[in-house]
Ligand binder design. Structure first.
Ligand code: FES
Ligand code: FE
Length: 443
C-alpha cells in the first residue's frame, strides 16, 4: 500500500479505515509522524532535584528523563549502547548513574559512558567513551512541560506549536493564570487499550458529537463538585460560544468556550466543599487580573499533535497515547494540581480525576469501549467499501475568528463539528508524505 492521498481525503471528509488497522501504515507513521514530531515526555515537577529521573516514552522509543548533576534536563534513549538493554528499569528515582544489568556498562545521569568493565584488559583502553554515551534527544522545556525529539531536522518546538501556544500555555498556567502553576500528582496512570492510537487523539481533538456515549454518567451525575450533571458549565450555556479551534499548520486543536466580554463573574463549581470553592473563587479573580481579555477563554481540552491530549477547566490532565501496534495502544495519564493550592484542594481534585478518568473512571471507560469497538470495524474488509465519515459541519470554519489573540494560525468552527478531526487527519496525511487532495482550508 502506498499513501497516495486517497487514504485521507480532507476535502470531502472521508478516511479509509485501513489507516487504523494496516501494519505498513503503522510502521510508516512511526517513522514519518512520530519520528518527525516533538513528543511530550513529562513534567519538570517530576524531577525537582539534581539526580532525579523517571522513565517515559517518546512514541515507541523508551526514554529516561533526568535532571543531571548540573541541573540540566536530559532526555535519553533508554537503550544501552552496547547491546540494547534498557539501562534503567525503574519508573522513577534519584541516581548519579545507571548501570546496565546485562554487562555492566555504566552511564552518568547526563548520559556519559562513565564505567566500562574490562576497559583495559578487554578494550585495550581504546574504546572511545565519548562516542558510546546514551543517545541524546533534543529537549525543549515549555512552562514546565518537557518535549523531545531524536530528529535533527525537525524545526524548533515553538515553530511546530505555532499559535497553539495560546492554548498550551493557558493549560500550563492552571486556574489562577500564573505561568508554571501546575505540578504532577505523583504516580503516572498507565493502562493498555485495544485500539489504534488515533481514535483517542481524534476524539480529544474535538468530538463534541459523542455525548450520547456518556448518557449513563449524565444520569447519575458527575459534576466537579458531586452535584448533578457532568459539566456544570452547561448551565451557563447562553453566556459563551463553544468553539473548535484547529491549527492546520501543526495539526493541533482545542475545544474551548469563549465567554462574552461582560461575563466576569465566578460561577461556583464546588459549592458543596466551601474550602475548595474559596480557592477556585480566588483563583478565578487572580486569573482575570493577570490575563485580562484573555481570561474570557475557558480552555476545555485539546491535542498537541500527534499523541498528546490535555484537559483543563476544573481537571488538569495530560493523556499520552503510546503506539504499540495498529490495534494496541498504551495510555499514560499525568494528573496535575495547582502547585500553590491547599492540600484539601489537591485531594479533592485527585479524587475527582480518579472518579472521572482512566479505565475505572466513570467517563473514560465509555470512550475506551468506543475506541476498541471502532477498531473492530476498522479491521473489517467488507466495511471498507465505505470510508469513515468525517463530514459533520463541513465548510463552516473561519480563520482567526472571533478574537485576534487566537492567532492567525487558528481556524475556528462553532458548535458540534468534525472540523478539528479533519484538520488532524489532513496534517497526518501530509506528514505521511502523501498529497492531500482538496484541503478544506484552501491555504
Ligand atoms: Fe548493556 Fe551489554 S547490553 S552492557
Ligand atoms: Fe468521551
Amino acid at each position: 500500500d502506498t499513501i497516495d492521498g486517497r487514504l485521507v481525503d480532507a476535502g470531502s471528509g472521508l478516511i479509509d479505515r485501513r489507516i487504523f488497522s494496516d501494519k505498513d501504515i503503522f510502521e510508516q507513521e512511526m517513522k514519518q509522524v512520530f519520528g518527525k514530531s516533538w513528543l511530550f515526555v513529562g513534567h519538570e515537577s517530576q524531577i525537582p532535584n539534581k539526580g532525579d529521573y523517571f522513565t517515559s516514552q517518546a512514541g515507541r522509543d523508551a526514554v529516561v528523563v533526568t535532571r543531571d548533576s548540573d541541573g540540566e534536563v536530559r532526555v535519553m534513549l533508554n537503550v544501552c549502547t552496547h547491546r540494547g538493554m534498557p539501562v534503567c528499569r525503574y519508573d522513577k528515582g534519584n541516581a548519579k548513574r545507571f548501570t546496565c544489568p546485562y554487562h555492566g556498562w555504566t552511564f552518568s545521569n547526563n548520559g556519559d559512558l562513565s564505567g566500562l568493565p574490562l576497559s583495559t584488559e578487554g578494550y585495550g583502553g581504546q574504546l572511545d567513551r565519548k562516542k558510546w554515551g546514551l543517545i541524546q534527544a533534543r529537549v525543549t522545556l515549555y512552562y514546565g512541560s518537557i518535549w523531545a525529539t531524536f530528529d535533527e531536522t525537525v524545526p524548533p518546538f515553538e515553530d511546530t506549536l505555532g499559535d497553539m501556544a495560546v492554548m498550551l500555555r493557558d493549560f500550563m498556567q492552571g486556574p489562577d493564570g500564573e505561568d508554571d502553576g501546575l505540578e504532577v500528582i505523583d504516580g503516572i496512570l498507565k493502562f493498555e487499550i485495544h485500539s489504534n492510537w488515533k481514535f483517542g487523539a481524534e476524539n480529544n481533538a474535538g468530538d463534541l458529537y459523542h455525548d450520547v456515549s456518556h448518557n449513563s454518567v449524565q444520569r447519575v451525575g458527575l459534576a466537579l463538585s458531586g452535584l448533578r450533571g457532568r459539566h456544570v458549565w452547561n448551565a451557563d450555556k447562553h453566556l459563551f460560544k463553544t468553539l473548535n479551534v484547529a491549527y492546520p499548520a501543526g495539526g493541533h486543536a482545542a475545544r474551548v468556550n469563549l465567554y462574552d466580554d461582560e461575563q466576569r463573574e465566578y460561577h461556583p463549581q464546588w459549592a458543596v466543599i466551601p474550602e475548595v470553592d474559596e480557592y477556585f473563587r480566588a483563583a478565578h479573580y487572580a486569573r482575570q487580573e493577570r490575563l485580562g481579555e484573555k481570561a474570557r477563554l475557558l480552555n476545555r481540552g485539546g491535542i498537541v499533535f500527534p499523541n498528546i491530549a490535555y484537559n483543563s477547566a476544573g481537571r488538569w490532565q495530560i493523556t499520552m497515547w503510546v503506539p504499540r501496534a495498529p490495534n494496541r495502544t498504551e495510555v499514560w495519564k499525568w494528573y496535575f494540581v495547582p502547585k500553590n493550592a491547599p492540600q484539601k484542594v489537591k485531594d479533592t481534585l485527585r479524587h475527582y480525576l480518579l472518579r472521572y478518568g482512566g479505565p475505572s473512571g466513570m467517563v473514560e471507560q465509555d470512550d475506551i469501549e468506543n475506541w476498541a469497538s471502532a477498531q473492530v470495524g476498522a479491521e473489517s474488509a467488507a466495511a471498507n467499501r465505505l470510508p469513515m465519515n468525517y463530514t459533520l459541519h463541513m465548510g463552516q470554519a473561519r480563520w482567526a475568528w472571533p478574537v485576534p489573540w487566537f492567532g492567525e494560525g487558528a481556524y475556528v468552527d462553532e458548535g458540534v463539528s468534525e472540523h478539528a478531526q479533519r484538520i488532524f487527519y489532513a496534517h497526518w496525511a501530509e506528514m505521511m508524505g502523501g498529497p492531500v487532495s482538496g484541503q478544506e482550508t484552501g491555504r
